[in-house]
Ligand binder design. Structure first.
Ligand SMILES: CC(C)(COP(=O)(O)OP(=O)(O)OC[C@H]1O[C@@H](n2cnc3c(N)ncnc32)[C@H](O)[C@@H]1OP(=O)(O)O)[C@@H](O)C(=O)NCCC(=O)NCCS
Length: 152
C-alpha cells in the first residue's frame, strides 16, 4: 500500500484526455479512446473527475459519468494499480454525490460479475444489485450486474 498521499479530486481538462486513455488501456480490455475522454470532458452532461496527488499533480484515479434529469450513469471508474486500496475509488463515488447537479439523485453502473473487488466497494458505499445484463461484455464475454444507489 502506498504512503498516505494528500490528494484532491477535480475535473480533468481536455489536455489530459490522452493520458487518461493511456491509463485506461492498461486497465480495461475495452478501453476508451482519447476522443471518448475528450468528448466526455467537454460535454455539458458528463463529467470526468480525477483524483490528483496534490504534491506532484499526478492523476491516480478517475471516473467518467454522464447524467440526465435525476439519473447518472458511471461509465468508467478506475484507480491505477499502484494506488489501489487507499479509498480513492470510494472518494470518487463520494465526489459524484456532492458535485453533480442537485437533481441527480440516482446513480447507476454496470460491473462485470467477476469483479468482486469493485462490487464490494459499491456495496460498501450503498449500491445494490438491480439486475443483470446478459453477455454485456466482450473480451472476455461476461454478464454485467446493474447496480444502483439512490442518494438520500
Ligand atoms: C475497483 C477499484 C475502482 C477499487 O478502487 P480502490 O480505491 O482500490 O478501492 P477502495 O480502497 O475505495 O475500496 C473500498 C472497498 O472495496 C473493497 N476492495 C476494493 N479493492 C479491493 C481489493 N483489491 N481487495 C479486497 N477488497 C477490495 C474493500 O471492501 C474496500 O474496503 P476497505 O478499504 O474497508 O477494505 C479498483 O480496484 C480498480 O480500479 N479496479 C480496476 C478497474 C475496475 O474494475 N473498475 C470498476 C469497473 S465497473
Amino acid at each position: 500500500m502506498m504512503q498516505r498521499v494528500d490528494f484532491e479530486i477535480r475535473e480533468a481538462s481536455e489536455n489530459e484526455a490522452l493520458l487518461l486513455h493511456e491509463y485506461d488501456s492498461q486497465i480495461f480490455s475495452d478501453s476508451w479512446s482519447e476522443k471518448s475522454f475528450s468528448d466526455s470532458i467537454l460535454s455539458d452532461s458528463e463529467t470526468v473527475p480525477a483524483a490528483v496527488n496534490r504534491a506532484t499533480g499526478e492523476i491516480m484515479a478517475y471516473a467518467a459519468v454522464s447524467y440526465i434529469f435525476e439519473e447518472a450513469n458511471i461509465n468508467r471508474i478506475a484507480v491505477r494499480p499502484e494506488f489501489r486500496g487507499n479509498r480513492l475509488g470510494t472518494a470518487l463515488l463520494g465526489w459524484l454525490e456532492e458535485n453533480l447537479p442537485e437533481e441527480v439523485t440516482v446513480f447507476n453502473l454496470e460491473v462485470r460479475e467477476s469483479n468482486v473487488h469493485a462490487i464490494e466497494m459499491y456495496e460498501k458505499f450503498g449500491y445494490t444489485v438491480l439486475g443483470r445484463r446478459k453477455r454485456f461484455y466482450r473480451n472476455p464475454e461476461e454478464d454485467a450486474l446493474l447496480m444502483t444507489k439512490r442518494k438520500v
